[in-house]
Design a protein around this ligand. Structure first.
Ligand SMILES: [Zn+2]
Length: 71
C-alpha cells in the first residue's frame, strides 16, 4: 500500500534565513512563474539583494526554495 502524502501548495515555502543578516522570513513563491525560477528579492530586514532559487520538488506541485547572496 502506498503512503499518501499531503500535497503542498506551491506558492508557499517555509521560512528561510537571509544569507546576509540571518533573519528568517517566510517566502511566497509565485506559482504562476513555474516550478523553476531564479529571481532577486531584497531582504525586508537588511534590504540587501538575495537571489531566490526555485526548483521542482519530489512531489508534483512541490517546490524547493533556497537563498543565495546577490550582488
Ligand atoms: Zn537580510
Amino acid at each position: 500500500m502506498k503512503k499518501r502524502k499531503k500535497r503542498r501548495v506551491a506558492r508557499h515555502a517555509p521560512a528561510l534565513a537571509c544569507p546576509f543578516c540571518g533573519e528568517a522570513e517566510e517566502l511566497f513563491v509565485d506559482a504562476g512563474g513555474g516550478d523553476a525560477q531564479v529571481y532577486t528579492e531584497d531582504c525586508a530586514v537588511c534590504c540587501r539583494p538575495r537571489v531566490v532559487h526555485v526548483e521542482p520538488g519530489d512531489e508534483p506541485g512541490e517546490v524547493r526554495v533556497w537563498l543565495e547572496r546577490g550582488e
